[in-house]
Ligand binder design. Sequence first.
Ligand code: UDX
Length: 436
Amino acid sequence: MKIAVIGTGYVGLVTGTCLAETGNNVICVDIIEEKVNKMKAGQLPIYEPGLDVLFHRNIAQNRLSFTTNLADAIKDAEIIFMALPTPPGGDGAADLSYILGAAKDISKLITDYKVIVNKSTVPVGTADKVAAVFAENTSVEVDVVSNPEFLREGVAVDDFMKPDRVVIGTRSERARKLMGELYAPYVRQGNPIYYMDERSSELTKYAANSFLATKITFMNEIANLCEIVGADVDAVRKGIGSDDRIGKRFLFPGIGYGGSCFPKDVQALEKAAVEHNYDFKILKAVMDVNEKQKTILFDKLQAYYKGDLKGKKFALWGLAFKPETDDIREAPALYIINELLNAGAEVVAFDPEAMGNVKVLLGDKIKYASTQYEALEGADALLIATEWSLFRNPDFEKMESILKNKVIFDGRNLFDLQKMIDLGYYYNSIGRKIIS
Ligand code: UDX
């Protein structure tokens, strides 16, 4: 099939590349000329494991190309994906100006039937708004489909190629058939395509992300309670996770959820509820608890150093909001850094992928180490904010020779408590007993 993808952000680029991989002809459009030129020259603008191989292969085989010219991209396309940003507006509700603007531009260019797909996370009712833009500007027939994205950063290629499910929101038979054909190669292993109306599909995405954010937040609160009552969150997690109705996944407590999706989507769903006069109490609590959880490591430091952090030097392992990405949007590490700098402390950070992005944001407010061990030089303590595999099994002997004090504050529960006792560390993690 001939496909156009509008927007080459994270979702657009993964979608375009993975759609090309099964033999479709995909043209990706972006307004940023510099970015398009780089992609034309074979440079990937994001780090995502496995994407580079597919990206280069499909460019080489002429199935994937890039342009800034919308008219060229959509001329022959049967399906046009919109993967555009929906940032929180001033009131926290999703800002639809990019999507509606693109819909207007497309509506003025098309001359034959198109399926217009909303891939971005959009509030309930957006498909209707997009359809209204087309109805206003053209007499050409279109079907507007909601097809939310469930990609996780770090495993996005796998998630696209073998999705747990595909959700397609449309009431048009014609669009349903085309979308079903497009996705058939991705669900060969038997995973379902769920067809539903546009509004249910739009809400499915928000409900999924908000539910997952709630699940994590619930565990963060259980972890906080574990610390108070002297229980171990790892034991509790296993104890409840073995119940199929709860499930083992997404029960890991930490320093709050971050990233480009959960914070934005929870906020947007709560705002949408308010707009419809519904008080979504649980989501307000989730946001509130998560804000606090993001600085829990800092609170632990405050308690340990009795409020005197001035002049202290901290090694920080991990800046990305999660491993296997260079994404620092809403990363808890940034909140911790902010608190530490305000308290007059010094931070030396190491992250395998995200240091470049943090340098752009923070410049020389913090120091950057070229290895995880270099970060430890002269540090009063080590803080862990991201669970990169590299940090899970470090050379403890080497660490001991570099660290000024054997003190670790671990926001991701990377180490076994008994091991920390044996090695003689002060070790403060999340929802577990403090080793001292
Ligand atoms: C998420 C959804 O999982 C994905 O389906 C959706 O399309 C986009 O949003 P992503 O933001 O890439 O994906 O990250 P995810 O792996 O879901 O993690 C989100 C946040 O939750 C991270 O900050 C992570 O550290 C945190 N998390 C996750 C926990 O704190 N504990 C867990 O058990 C799982």
